[in-house]
Design a protein around this ligand. Structure first.
Ligand SMILES: [Zn+2]
Length: 333
């Protein structure tokens, strides 16, 4: 699609959005991951840490709860971008809802952008597994999409993406660059920003090496390490935290298990694509569902002491190609 044509489409869509607003529809809802960015307000029920008790868990056979993926069918081409995110002369972000049989390459071609722009803007972990109905943010310029975090300044963001502050201000038409809103989405223009965004989510190198790019699910004292203890194998890392501590996804992915499982207690499993999986055990409460897509840092559960556990802690596992590995080798320092 050429520039003038795209512009015309954009104006048409803006018109639609305006009409929908007048009619009281909800399609003018701004895009975004929505929701409060944080739930740190949750009262920490207990403040006592576990002692030096070492917890050993026998490996529990896990039913391979893979999600049913949509079968590739014939592509449909008569769809339209479903809404416009940013008001203004030229929207920077458009939402596209994935249709049956559509690939990332089809979508990229339709919007006249490259596949990496879509991957970088959507934290896509497995580019071969789009889900029907999944909403993708389509940037109309090459770059990355950033959601403003609490306490973050424009300078922080520019530095993070190795981008220019002036360009971010101009592309996003920021009237007041010193007052960013938490949760606000910014387009960070440029191939460099895009490369940074892609690198941030990468868990496996092109040669198949698992990378040290996992975030800690909680911050706390390691109370038991991965490895053999008393002749039994401990497949994860135990991090002692008070019950009720938010447990966060250590990378973007799709929830494949959310519920009770034997000695794991209340367990969350996230599939990160490329045969990488993480597990978070002994929770007191789970706040995600099977099939849900999560971003790095999203709260997935609150820690606890369920299952085979002698004190509140998070038992965290990383599995690559079906085998548990030592999380301490892959968690960011
Ligand atoms: Zn453990």
């Amino acid at each position: 699609m050429g520039k003038p044509l795209r512009h015309a489409t954009v104006l048409f869509l803006l018109g639609l959005v305006a009409m929908a607003s007048l009619l009281g529809g909800e399609s003018a809802q701004p895009l975004g991951f929505g929701g409060p960015a944080d739930e740190d307000w949750l009262v920490r029920v207990r403040t006592d840490l576990t002692g030096d008790t070492e917890i050993l868990e026998a490996q529990v056979a896990v039913a391979d709860a893979r999600l049913g993926q949509a079968e590739a069918m014939t592509a449909q081409s008569a769809d339209q971008p479903s809404s416009v995110a940013t008001p203004g002369p030229q929207p920077l972000i458009v939402t596209h809802t994935v249709h049956k049989g559509e690939t990332l390459w089809d979508i990229a071609r339709r919007y006249d952008i490259d596949v990496d722009t879509i991957v970088a803007a959507n934290d896509l972990v497995d580019i071969n597994r789009l889900q029907v109905g999944q909403e993708l943010k389509i940037l109309t310029v090459r770059g990355a999409l950033h959601t403003v975090q609490r306490g973050e300044s424009l300078w922080d963001i520019a530095r993070k993406y190795e981008a220019s502050m002036e360009e971010i201000v101009s592309v996003n038409q920021l009237a007041n660059p010193s007052r960013l809103q938490v949760g606000q989405e910014l387009v960070i223009p440029g191939a460099q920003a895009q490369a940074v965004a892609l690198r941030r989510e990468q868990l496996v190198s092109p040669s198949g090496q698992l990378l040290r790019n996992f975030d800690w699910p909680v911050q706390g004292r390691v109370s038991s390490r991965y490895g053999t203890r008393w002749g039994r194998m401990h497949y994860g890392l135990d991090i002692a935290v008070p019950t009720g501590t938010p447990v966060r996804a250590s990378a973007a992915g799709t929830v494949t298990y959310a519920g009770s499982m034997g000695s794991y207690g209340l367990l969350v499993i996230i599939d990160h694509g490329n045969r990488v999986e993480t597990r978070y055990a002994h929770n007191s409460r789970i706040v995600v569902k099977v099939g849900q897509r999560v971003k790095r840092g999203d709260i997935i559960a609150y820690s606890g002491n369920t299952g085979n556990s002698t004190g509140p802690h998070v038992h965290f596992e990383i599995r690559y190609r079906g085998t548990a590995v030592n999380p301490e080798n892959y968690l960011k320092r």
